[in-house]
Design a protein around this ligand. Structure first.
Ligand code: ATR
Length: 271
């Protein structure tokens, strides 16, 4: 039986053990997956101990995703671009591969579970912090017709844009310039929802059939989701599918089997 774990602080409310247990059942993979509370000053020692104990890989969550970049011996391109690691794979030679599955997990949730294509569509990315950075490259790899980054502090949107030269058309806009632009997919990567706040968005940002997607999830629709409905978004989703999607990509990295996320999302919605 191979061992895996998620490390974070706090960790008690992590859904990852339940998600990976469901994936293992679904795919018939023989593994265990536990939650480890990492001491704030002892992340690296904790990971090394889990390796010595025979662990094969770990998920990394708040506040250790940046320290995990330093710890990894090699990074995937998407982890390097995100400058954050949420998945560690312990290789047979003792080295550590660092990956980031958050962005691709979100893209697959939007494309495959919600059934909304990104290729050829106009995408608006709200926010320019770590969460936005983590999804930018996977979004561009889908081949949108255009991607606009809008942030409350415009300079940070410019900085984020500068990180992805030559990877598709990226524009920067201020919130008040977005009115009437009619995007197909609008993604909230700001932390506003975490504080229970909405975002000061003008009318007309949603085109016909548009999807509004909040990377945050909770028991109730977020302020962004409520506002999106009022402003005419045809479809609205929280980020629970992204959580399950990133887990599925980590599972795939470790096991080379990609679980079906839809039944696991449904299971989490039911509890
Ligand atoms: P994270 O890792 O979650 O992305 P972060 O790096 O601190 O966190 O970035 C937070 C993002 O949410 C930023 O884009 C921030 O905008 P600013 O750069 O202008 O600070 C955005 N944000 C937070 N609260 C917001 C609010 N109430 N309205 C609009 N944007 C908000």
């Amino acid at each position: 039986t191979d061992r895996y774990a998620v490390i974070g602080n706090p960790i008690a409310h992590s859904k990852s053990p339940a998600i990976h247990a469901a994936f293992a059942r679904q795919t018939g993979q023989d593994l265990t997956y536990e939650a480890i509370l990492g001491p704030l000053d002892g992340f690296v020692a904790c990971v090394r101990q889990f390796m010595r104990d025979g662990g094969k890989g770990m998920n990394v969550t708040v506040p250790f995703k940046i320290q995990a970049v330093e710890l990894a011996d090699r990074l995937t391109e998407r982890a390097r671009h995100a400058q954050a690691v949420n998945t560690l794979k312990f290789e047979a030679d003792g080295s550590i591969l660092g990956d980031n599955t958050d962005g691709v997990g979100m893209v697959r949730d939007i494309r495959d579970v919600l059934g909304v294509p990104i290729a050829g569509r106009r995408v608006l990315l709200l926010g320019a912090g770590g969460a936005a950075r983590g999804v930018l490259l996977p979004l561009l790899e889908e081949g949108p017709a255009g991607l606009v980054i809008a942030n409350r502090t415009p300079e940070k949107a410019e900085q984020l844009k500068a990180l992805c030269p030559g990877r598709g058309e990226v524009d920067v806009a201020r919130f008040d310039e977005l009115g009437g632009q009619g995007f197909d997919v609008v993604i909230n990567a700001t932390s506003a929802s975490l504080g229970g706040e909405g975002i000061a968005l003008p009318a007309g940002i949603y085109g016909a059939g548009a999807l509004a997607y909040d990377m945050v999830y909770g028991d109730r629709p977020t302020p962004f989701m409520l506002q999106a409905r009022e402003q005419g978004a045809a479809r609205v989703s929280d980020g629970l599918g992204m959580l399950v999607g990133q887990a599925a990509e980590s599972f795939y990295l470790w096991r080379r089997v990609r679980p079906d996320t839809a039944p696991v999302i449904a299971m989490l919605r039911a509890c």
